[in-house]
Design a binder for this molecule. Sequence first.
Ligand code: ATP
Ligand code: MG
Length: 255
Amino acid sequence: MLELQEVVKVYLRENFRHEVLKGISFQVSQGEFFCILGPSGCGKTTLLRMIGGYEKVSGGRILLQGEEITGPGPDRIMVFQTFDQLFAWQTVRGNVEYPLKINGMARGERRERADFYIEMVGLKGYENYYPHQLSGGMKQRAALARALALQPQILLLDEPFASLDAQNREILQEELLRIWNSLKPTVIFVTHAVDEAIILADRILVMTEDGDIKMIVENKLQRPRRPGMPGFARMWDFLYEQVRSSRWQAEKRKN
Ligand SMILES: Nc1ncnc2c1ncn2[C@@H]1O[C@H](COP(=O)(O)OP(=O)(O)OP(=O)(O)O)[C@@H](O)[C@H]1O
Ligand SMILES: [Mg+2]
């Protein structure tokens, strides 16, 4: 469904050519939960932004259903890590309805659609709250509802739970999996937490620190997954070592 072919990204900074992504190729299938795991600064957000169409590729191609991505579209929606992605002057319902309104949906229909997804993310009763009246976890739920309401083909999630405390993170991971199970969207989820990738993903792409693919691992652990279950610790050790050694290799190349 989604195919990246030799995708390169270069940023120019004061005559210095910084090659952030070094020719990345992979495919994601319809309905798959795909995690991108890698150390800070390896280019995860850049990669997601290019799939979203917010950022141009410097080389290679990104194809969605065989068509090259040239800009943003309602078929791909991104949710970010930060709590400030909601419109501060709009209620939860207003936030969820806003993109539907932009897309020309009639008032009654968008109200109904918004309330459906607000309930799905567990925010029923909070429709009229403003972002400053919500906890961090509730804000991320609202951002997720806003993205889901557009019924995108691909959900692009950039460390959406990284700013939450451990307990809330766990709850939201479970809820996201429940939603994924019922709607089966294609999800591309960026994280630098090994445990999160194992709990969520069908496949895990491990990036090297210098913007390349280290490996793509299939996650065969049975769902639902818990850190204590058989096989979890072994997978964690393996992936952690991959992330760690990719960092070290990048360090060696720099010197
Ligand atoms: N607009 C930009 N202009 C110049 N350089 C950029 C730009 N955006 C990102 N970079 C550089 O690209 C590299 C990758 O950044 P990116 O934000 O994609 O990393 P990341 O893997 O998401 O990191 P983190 O885990 O900390 O979020 C960094 O070295 C960053 O400085
Ligand atoms: Mg990032």
